[in-house]
Design a binder for this molecule. Structure first.
Ligand SMILES: *Cc1c(COP(=O)(O)O)cnc(C)c1O
Length: 484
């Protein structure tokens, strides 16, 4: 690692060459080995995206009246999006840097709306336990208390519990379409009816679903209603940089009308730098990302997105059937969108050990907790690797069955401990310590099972005490033995 700026500049060709080398350390997303984080098609499309991005990479959307090009991209993208989501003619919105920004903005908007219209001073919001972490972050950032909605048997928000959580401090209700952990669509119609009856805004988080569910529906899939066709829905977040296949750094938040969106905006009229108005969280807004998003929508058109959705659904269907056919595994719930979650129904098959075995076979798969499981965010690109994935999954399960000790080793042991130890505060502290160490000078890759030395500064060790992770592990073991 080099911590110093080169004494003098280097040749562009040499730097670009070196960049290629860096990529070799990353997950093999271009080969369909990664089941989260990335939405990749092929090199030709990647090049097109890069060219569109580059054409506007110096342009700044901070002030929407300066770069007319960017405002036009924004207008047209929001228009296309609200049209796809069956918004009324008055629907409006803003381009953001990503799903998290869109979610944070909704919370800020509804907190401020309730403060100005109803003088709510101790704001609360109701979100399902499966809401994306961005909503938990928003709660912390903006001081909006969470009321968590539990799940029903189909792992969707339990709408029968919604009304009981509403009070005069409720500033918004959230539903997801779909939620990230299991891919289920919350019962938005029933939630919308309750929200409307109590005159509380209902946001639908379609960050992951916004640019695939509409095309699945056009392809003839039967889906519940979740967009602006549901009268109680007041806003929707939809990410362009997920199933829209835009370059990273592009999402949308739209509202049923301007009366909501106004509360998202920030104006400061007395700044010595000039009168300042901003529609979203960022100051400088990346023109390249917005140009690439606009270009992507033009490139695919409705037929292109329908084809991508069809290929994705085929991959999801084949994976679902294949997983259900492996003895010991079961889908946690039937998928309604492009996301899959599966777990073990056999005590001899530790699902996290299966995950380790899949890692060893070159796949990168996310782990779930409550309940334990493995996750797949499926894209059109994955259709080509479905058979290889299922063959490896079958082999992974067989290995885990014949080697019960694997459940107590590697990341299986760590994930098992992190998701089951009842001391959640300790888990939080330990993860924070390890995570912070990644950001210490020279901090490297995260490794939850890292030894104290690798993790860098270790306050507990420094005080001669047993490191937190080991203490956690001991509590976990004794807790587990009491369960038997
Ligand atoms: C991905 C996602 C987000 C957050 O989006 P980022 O672009 O990663 O910030 C929010 N909600 C849902 C449902 C998501 O899947």
């Amino acid at each position: 690692m080099s911590n110093s700026l080169p004494q003098s500049g280097r040749a562009a060709a040499q730097i670009l060459d070196e960049l290629k080398g860096f990529a070799s350390l990353d997950p093999k997303y271009k080969e369909g080995r990664l089941w989260s984080l990335s939405y990749y098609l092929d090199e030709d499309f990647e090049k097109f995206l890069g060219q569109a991005y580059q054409a506007f990479s110096g342009a700044n959307g901070l002030n929407p009246s300066a770069f007319k090009s960017l405002k036009r991209f924004e207008n047209e993208i929001i228009g296309i999006t609200t049209h796809l989501l069956h918004g009324p003619a008055e629907a409006c919105g803003v381009l953001t840097s990503g799903g998290t920004e869109s979610c944070l903005l909704a919370v800020k908007t509804y907190r401020d709306l309730a403060a100005s219209q109803r003088r709510v001073k101790k704001p609360e919001m109701i979100i399902p336990v499966t809401a994306h972490v961005a909503w938990f972050k928003a709660s912390e950032y903006f001081g909006v208390k969470l009321r968590l909605l539990p799940l029903d048997a189909q792992l969707r928000a339990d709408v029968s519990r919604l009304e009981g959580l509403i009070n005069r401090n409720t500033v918004m209700i959230l539903g997801s379409a779909p939620e990230y952990p299991h891919g289920t669509i919350d019962p938005i119609e029933a939630m919308g009816e309750i929200a409307q009856r109590h005159a509380i805004p209902l946001h639908v988080d379609a960050c992951v679903g916004g640019f695939i569910l509409p095309f699945m529906e056009l392809n003839g899939r039967a889906l519940p209603l979740w967009d602006y066709r549901v009268p109680g829905v007041t806003s929707i977040s939809a990410d362009l940089h997920k199933y829209g296949f835009a370059a990273k750094g592009a999402s949308t938040i739209s509202y049923r009308n301007l009366d909501y969106l106004k509360h998202q905006m920030f104006v400061y009229q007395d700044w010595p730098g000039g009168v300042f108005a901003s529609p979203a969280l960022l100051g400088t807004r990346p023109g390249g990302a917005y140009a690439a998003a606009w270009a992507t929508l033009q490139y695919f058109g409705q037929s292109g997105y329908r084809e991508l959705a069809a290929r994705t659904c085929e991959a999801v269907d084949r994976l679902s059937a294949g997983i259900e056919a492996i003895a010991g595994l079961k889908l946690l719930v039937a998928p309604q969108g492009p996301l899959l979650a599966y777990g073990s129904i056999d005590p001899a098959v530790n699902i996290f050990a299966v995950g380790d075995q899949m890692d060893a076979r070159g796949w990168s798969i996310n782990r779930l907790q409550n309940p334990d499981g493995l996750h797949a965010m499926v894209t059109a690109q994955h259709l080509a690797v479905v058979d290889a994935y299922l063959a490896d999954l079958q082999a992974a399960v067989a290995t885990v069955r014949s080697h019960p000790e694997l459940a107590q080793q590697g990341s299986a042991a760590t994930y098992g401990m992190l998701s089951h130890v009842p001391l959640r505060g300790l888990v939080k502290r330990r993860v924070l310590d390890i995570f912070a160490a990644m950001y210490a000078p020279g901090g490297g890759a995260i490794d939850l099972s890292a030894s104290v030395d690798n993790a860098g500064t270790e306050p507990d060790a420094a005080h001669g005490k047993t490191p937190l992770l080991e203490r956690l592990m001991m509590k976990y073991v004794s807790w587990k033995s009491r369960q038997r």
